[in-house]
Design a protein around this ligand. Structure first.
Ligand SMILES: *Cc1c(COP(=O)(O)O)cnc(C)c1O
Length: 382
């Protein structure tokens, strides 16, 4: 009753905004139709954990942006990563992973995946000879991030892809900090690209969602199956909200990156700032690589170290109240995070020192506010 009634309400018009379909299950006209949906001859829906129109619409639009052959949306960035890796791996397999991955990803590999007999070897992914030598032992997946956290090292994706493929290993790239606006890993030879849509792509701190994209169509059904049966499916409303974010994505990313460049320059001249890490600054180790890998802008993330350590950071957080201290990134507004206390909290002290995660380090996610408003707020704290 309800479906046909609703269609009648629309009359001869069509909505301009994409419709929202919260239904958890779909009515199928007959058994022949069930067969055609099940074998993929017809597009149709049966059960929302497997598929729903808002998820399919979002995956399709994002896959175009990523220049990928397929996309699968999952309930979070971690869900997208988990679905992809579980689809590719089995007990006894080995992963080579960057030693500067997102904290929860490192934890997942080291603590969770290890329980299922998959081992991880850590490597500095900016050190290509070290990567090649790690790949000399049979490896199923090489996992890196386009731009790392918090020191914003940039991955040389074409070379990493070459090194991986020479050993029959797949390259998976977490592209969250770059977004498809600045980098499309698949175009550079990666097999899979992962995005946490929670960050810049969602862009308004109001959804938790992720997606995986690939070049090989044969992998898609397996990733989609894992996402469904392991319960990583996305909520229709989150997909709908994220679809709404896409038309402004390039505007937001480019405008935030333009602000980030100015903020990095400004920070460099502050007396209490010891170090500024931004791949758009000439003294960043990946300045040239960023020019090649990232499409015209080195992102919106800036890390800087305050002279006075933890107490100086605390003062910054208390004074610059217009820059919320929150462990996420990619909002339209500028936010800050404290790697030593949040993302890298459980890393041992020696490792923190090695990676440059000091007690005075603040990571900014620069937003799209007018630049002078950001600088005014920063100068209350620095
Ligand atoms: C946030 C983040 C993730 C995880 O995404 P969620 O949506 O929080 O699950 C993965 N990788 C990177 C680089 C991230 O910043």
């Amino acid at each position: 009753m309800f479906g046909p009634e609703r269609d009648r309400e629309l009359g001869v018009s069509r909505p301009v905004a994409p419709p929202f379909h919260p239904s958890s299950v779909y009515a199928i006209p007959d058994l022949d139709c069930l067969e055609r949906i099940s074998d993929g001859t017809d597009l149709g829906y049966i059960y929302a954990r497997d598929n729903h129109p808002n998820g399919i619409a979002l995956a399709a639009r994002l896959a175009e942006l990523e220049c990928a052959a397929w996309g699968v949306v999952a309930g979070s960035g971690m869900g997208a990563l988990t679905a992809t890796m579980l689809a590719m791996l089995k007990a006894g397999d080995r992963i080579v992973a960057s030693d500067q991955l997102y904290g929860r990803t490192s934890q997942w590999l080291g603590q969770e995946l290890a329980r299922f007999g998959v081992t991880t070897t850590w490597v500095d992914s900016s050190d290509l000879p070290a990567v090649r030598s790690a790949l000399a032992t049979p490896t199923r997946v090489l996992l890196v991030e386009t731009i790392s956290n918090p020191l914003l090292r940039v991955a040389d994706i074409p070379r990493l892809a070459e090194a991986a493929h020479a050993r029959d290993c797949a390259l998976v790239v977490d592209n969250t900090f770059a977004t498809p606006v600045l980098c499309r890993p698949i175009e550079y030879g990666a097999d899979v690209s992962i995005e946490s849509l929670t960050k810049l792509i969602g862009g308004h701190s109001d959804v938790t969602l992720g997606a995986a994209f690939g070049s090989d169509r044969n992998l898609r059904p397996q990733v989609a199956l894992v996402a469904s049966v392991w319960g990583m499916s996305p909520a229709p409303f989150d997909c709908w909200l994220t679809l709404r974010s896409l038309p402004t994505l390039a505007l937001r990313v480019r405008s935030a990156a333009a602000n980030a460049r100015e903020v990095a320059e400004w920070l460099r001249h502050r007396p209490d700032v010891r170090l500024v890490a931004y791949p758009g600054l000439k003294d960043h180790p990946d300045f040239e690589l960023a020019g090649r890998m990232l499409d015209g802008a080195p992102g919106n993330m800036v890390a800087f170290e305050l002279q006075g350590g933890r107490s100086a950071v605390n003062r910054f957080i208390r004074k610059a109240t217009g820059i919320p201290f929150c462990p996420s990134l990619g909002d339209t507004g500028t936010t800050c995070s404290y790697p030593a206390g949040t993302s890298h909290r459980y890393m041992n002290p020696a490792e923190k020192v090695r990676l440059g995660i000091t007690d005075g380090l603040i990571r900014l996610s620069v937003g799209i506010e007018p630049l002078d408003a950001i600088i005014r707020e920063l100068s209350r704290g620095v």
